[in-house]
Ligand binder design. Structure first.
Ligand SMILES: [Zn+2]
Length: 428
């Protein structure tokens, strides 16, 4: 895996200039996430709005393009980076005395907002970890769902479809599960444009996010296939650049569908062969096709193949995933580590971990270091300090090599915590 360039990351978080598309009839405002504007004689249709911190910037850029009233907001799903940045549009609507626009979502989006309100602090906590490297952009107010717009047109069920016309331009909205169970996407035949929301994210799909609820690889593939039938010229992803040209759009959708079918079907095959998670996971890593690894549409910028294996397994399996009853109701890991330290002193483990590190076996070195770190908890020994320092060094090296934004944040957050722990220990 190769870590992403700064330019690629900037693109992915929406640091791109806004631009018209489809012969100037539509406007693309990149951000975290992207916003698309369809202009008609009767007003605007806006698909998705970014995080609250970018709401003003997006509003200003739309205003520079057109001052027509918004008639419809369509929210691809209820995540904070797609449905929360509406404040300045509402102020404008109130100031001008315009009618409130229709708000289109899927019914599961309403349930999502209720869930976020119930789990407000929890979501704040996990999002701070997931987005740690964007600190400052995602503060409490950004992810809080205490204030959301009330949907007025609500798609229901699994196979729902909604269409409307504005100034004789047809807008078709479809529901397919994928990253979420409330995702909807837009097809505008006259503009040859699909707005995909996070069903397309200029990355390997975010299926199997380690912090978040179940996601749907097979349904994701079906969504891509439904989009292919439209033969669009423009595909607007939830994050990253516009994909333009029939061939390129088809290629992005096809390879994503293929990858989702692949990961789903190969995990299912192995479940049917009576295999446990560890075996499935490592076999899946061995068969990861080169064409997916090398596809520019499946770069592991955000989600990654490794997460997708978890997602598929979790879709069909319970929590007992090792097949070893020792793991069914395990003892505390620090107690286990203490027993290992009774067999052999911590210095021996450190020596072994350093050898593994020097051989480039970073993951194995981490497992051995954890015996010292967990087993000698709260003890301030030279060996423990060295173990913590080596773990910090390994995690930093792993962060640098890691391509997935989420995985890199997981590893780096732990490194930061170790650094803080080391500072405390050095003071004591
Ligand atoms: Zn998003």
């Amino acid at each position: 895996m190769v870590s992403n360039t700064i330019g690629e990351m900037r693109e992915w978080i929406g640091m791109l200039p806004s631009s018209p598309f489809s012969d100037g009839s539509c406007y693309f405002v990149p951000g975290f996430g992207n916003c698309s504007v369809f202009e008609t004689e009767e007003g605007l249709v806006i698909f998705d709005l970014p995080i609250r911190q970018l709401a003003k910037k997006t509003f200003n850029e739309v205003q520079n393009y057109t001052e027509k009233p918004v008639k419809y907001f369509i929210f691809s799903h209820g995540h904070f980076d797609h449905a929360f940045g509406y404040k300045f549009f509402l102020e404008e609507i109130n100031k001008k005395g315009w009618e409130m626009p229709e708000i289109i979502t899927h019914e599961n989006c309403i349930k999502r907002f209720e869930k976020y309100r119930m789990l407000d602090k929890y979501h704040d906590w996990i999002n701070k970890m997931q987005f740690a490297s964007l600190r400052g952009r995602t503060q409490d107010a950004a992810v809080s769902a205490q204030q959301t717009l009330r949907p007025t047109i609500i798609l229901k069920g699994n196979e729902d479809f909604h269409k409307f016309k504005l100034d004789d331009i047809l807008f078709e909205i479809y529901h397919n599960k994928g990253e979420t169970d409330d995702s909807i996407w837009l097809w505008v035949p006259k503009r040859k444009t699909i707005c995909a929301g996070d069903l397309m994210v200029s990355s390997f799909p975010n299926v199997g996010n380690p912090y978040k609820v179940q996601r749907y690889p097979k349904d994701w593939a079906l969504a891509m296939e439904k989009m292919i039938e439209k033969e669009a010229d423009y595909l607007i992803p939830g994050h990253g650049r516009i994909i333009q040209g029939k061939k390129e759009v088809k290629e992005a959708l096809s390879i994503t569908a293929e990858a989702m079918h692949f990961v789903h079907d190969e995990v299912v095959k192995r479940l049917n062969e009576g295999k446990w998670f560890e075996q499935i996971f490592h076999e899946m890593l061995d068969i990861f096709p080169v064409k997916f690894k090398e596809s520019p549409h499946l770069r592991e910028m955000y989600g990654c193949y490794r997460f997708a294996i978890h997602a598929t397994y979790r879709l069909y399996h319970g929590w007992y995933n090792s097949g070893n009853p020792t793991d069914s109701f395990p003892a505390k890991s620090n107690k286990i580590a203490r027993e290992f330290l009774k067999i052999s002193p911590e210095g021996k483990y450190l020596e072994h971990a350093m050898n593994l590190y020097n051989e480039g076996k970073l993951q194995l070195a981490l497992h051995i270091l954890d015996v010292i770190i967990k087993g000698s908890e709260n003890k301030r020994s030279e060996v423990r300090l060295k173990a913590l320092n080596l773990k910090f060094k390994i995690l930093k090296e792993k962060t640098k090599k890691e391509s997935s934004f989420i995985a890199a944040n997981i590893i780096n957050n732990a490194a930061v915590q170790i650094k803080e722990k080391l500072k405390d220990l050095e003071k004591s």
